[in-house]
Write a protein that binds this ligand. Sequence first.
Ligand code: GDP
Length: 311
Amino acid sequence: MSLKIRNLAIIAHVDHGKTTLVDQLLQAGGTYRDNQATQERAMDSMDLEKEKGITIKAKNTAILWEGYTINIVDTPGHADFGAEVERVMKMVDGVLLVVDAAGGPQAQTRFVLRKALQEGLKPIVVVNKLDRPLSNPQKVHDQVLELFLDLDATEEQFEAPFSYGSARDGYFMDSPDDERVDCTPLLKKIVEFIPEPAADPDAPFHMLVSNIEWDSFVGRVAVGKVLGGSVKKGDTIWLLRKDGTKQQSKVMKTFSYSGLATEDSEGGEAGGIVGIAAGIEDIDIGETLAATKEQDPLPFVEIDPPTVSME
Ligand code: GDP
């Protein structure tokens, strides 16, 4: 059985158009028309998080297109968030690298891209802002390939597909000279090129908690990729802690994507990224949520803060 889910991280230097692109893809999937909450820019919740004194966390947006759920996880561009970037890279199966068609790749793309390539993820390169008078897609294409070489990309990663277009104007093409229509060619590329997640729908539910987010109504929300089975509101689940202790709980609420554009969802299925509120106050990154207490906790490698500064 094939899973109609794709999980990818989005990488971009600040202002290269990550937020605009995600908004545009949400529109292409019709999510905007159906859901008032996403009228707010989906990923732009940083300011509020700062106000509330919460650590800036990666955010996750689900785009529904042609029966596929495309989960896009935002990645902080700064090396200070190295550990978080690595956790994101372990949740996803590919990356979208967004690069300004006039400016080319910049410092902030380099750090996160290196992590993604090291994790063996397949990139799709999105050359954005093609509408800008100074855009030079061919030059930027070559610069990105140089960067790949520099970061020791594998042969397969080096053959990354490119998509050219304008997030502002809502079109992407396989080649800069193609007709400018809509975002379909890029969505097609994502579905065709990013591998489906490795997860077993027939196994009992289990998930590694990769991130913790905060919801003002239900408190701590455990975010992760469902590695087996499925989960929904009302299910009884077990928290398997790193110290070997176990705690039973009930799923109060699930989220299909999080951040401020968080939406209630019907549940999480194998391979998908889900947020789970289970009323456990101290639930933490690296712990396992599972259907039964007999299941084994999932392995989690603690990542040290990076010692390198931004390049
Ligand atoms: P982010 O920092 O990567 O999330 O970038 P934003 O999506 O916030 O975009 C930064 C700025 O670039 C905003 O003023 C956008 O309107 C603009 N922008 C985004 N995409 C395009 C595009 O395709 N063409 C042009 N001309 N401007 C764009």
